[in-house]
Design a binder for this molecule. Structure first.
Ligand SMILES: *Cc1c(COP(=O)(O)O)cnc(C)c1O
Length: 386
């Protein structure tokens, strides 16, 4: 270990906040900024033989390199991992599934995962890849693993917030030679570290809580195995689903506040969930951080924080729409994980198996009292109570 390594946040014994503010920063260079600005380049000077690291902008970019280093540190502190950033979460999800599975292979997907997964399922099947599905809850995927090339886990699931036991599924999958990928979007690397739970890939949308400002799209794949990672990197080169340097830089800049944002947002989510739990018109309340939640035991074992998303159901569509319209501090918008609270009546998209009155609520970084008061006031208006 050299002097730089000794001070490096890659060490496992620093706290999450310390790691977040320093993640991916290059060694200090006199008169240079702490985080170098975005490098806008389609190509790089390349006299003579083709030698990296920087040749052409679809293959590599110095701004990605720093971001990839940062995300790798957060997802797997102290481990030697390979990180590949993408233009969006779906670019990253597709890159893993389409680069690892071939015609004749079987992959296992959750049937209650992100709403674009069924579209991807159709594409996999069109390529002659067999797809089996099972719900996230109670490790139902254990029963459909046999002979599969890859198991895809989304925990907590979006939008139902079910949680499965990653370690248990990984052990069963690996025993049969099945690779495991975990969608870590909802938890963020501060809330959950899938590679430490044995997964082969941690995959996420950086559009949500990771970057938290609702101003960019990004995705990433983290993988401990160099050969598996090389296939994902090659897929990015083939498809060209690369992030712009500006997005990559904004994302890296946002990571410095990840722990501050996550702590406030997780606390706000818990406070909102607790306030909702006392309301007669609310059913199906889910938040893995609530001690009474069906997912709490498993979540508490494998998660370091329970995320910013709360889901619940109001009596019907009209009630849910009145609630949404009455909120002042919560924007009616999709996505989640941002510093400004958002919520939506999820059924309006038509892609999820949810009741008409189902609300997916994402707690932002507002003052807790203000946010809870706004939610309770809007519930009162929606219920006709003034
Ligand atoms: C949003 C989301 C994605 C897709 O990410 P994009 O950045 O929108 O492409 C994938 N998985 C989950 C769980 C998500 O919430």
């Amino acid at each position: 270990m050299n002097d730089h390594d000794r001070d490096s946040p890659r060490r496992q014994d620093v706290g999450d906040g310390t790691r977040a503010v320093r993640a991916g920063l290059p060694a200090p260079v006199k008169n240079e900024p702490t985080l170098p600005g975005p490098v806008f380049a389609a190509h790089f000077h390349l006299p003579g033989d083709v030698e990296g690291p920087y040749t052409y902008g679809r293959d590599t970019n110095p701004t990605w390199t720093l971001l990839e280093e940062a995300v790798g540190e957060l997802e797997a502190p102290g481990q030697d991992v390979h990180t590949i950033v993408f233009a969006s979460g779906m670019a990253a999800v597709s890159a893993v599934l389409l680069s690892q599975a071939q015609t004749g292979d079987t992959v296992v997907l959750p049937d209650d995962g992100y709403q674009a997964l069924p579209l991807l399922r159709g594409q996999l099947e069109a390529y002659g890849i067999r797809v089996r599905t099972a719900p996230t809850r109670e490790e139902a995927q254990l029963d459909v693993l046999d002979g599969a090339r890859l198991l895809w886990i989304e925990t907590p699931s979006n939008p139902g917030l079910d949680v499965c036991d990653v370690r248990r599924l990984v052990d069963a999958a690996h025993a049969g030679g099945t690779l495991v990928a975990v969608d870590n979007t909802l938890a963020t690397p501060l809330g959950q570290r899938p590679l430490e739970l044995g997964a082969d890939f941690s995959v996420a949308s950086g559009t949500k809580g990771l970057t938290g400002h609702g101003d960019l799209l990004l995705g990433y794949v983290v993988c401990g195995d160099p050969e598996l990672a090389a296939r994902v990197r090659q897929w990015r080169k083939i498809v060209g689903a690369v992030p712009g340097p500006m997005e990559a830089w904004l994302a890296h800049r946002s990571l410095a506040t990840l722990q501050l944002r996550a702590q406030r947002q997780w606390a706000n989510a818990l406070a909102v969930a607790e306030a909702l739990s006392g309301r007669a018109e609310v059913t199906g309340l889910r938040y893995p951080g609530l001690a009474t939640d069906p997912s709490h035991k498993t979540a508490a074992r494998q998660m370091r924080g329970f995320g910013s998303v709360v889901s619940f159901t109001l009596p019907d569509r009209a009630h849910a729409e009145r609630f949404m319209a009455a909120l002042h501090l919560v924007e009616d918008a999709t996505s989640f994980g941002g510093v400004r609270s958002t919520a939506e009546r999820r059924g309006r998209w038509g892609g999820d198996a949810v009741p008409e009155g189902f609300i997916r609520f994402s707690a932002g970084a507002e003052d807790t009292e203000d946010l809870v008061a706004d939610v309770l006031r809007a519930l009162g208006v929606a219920g006709g109570g003034g």
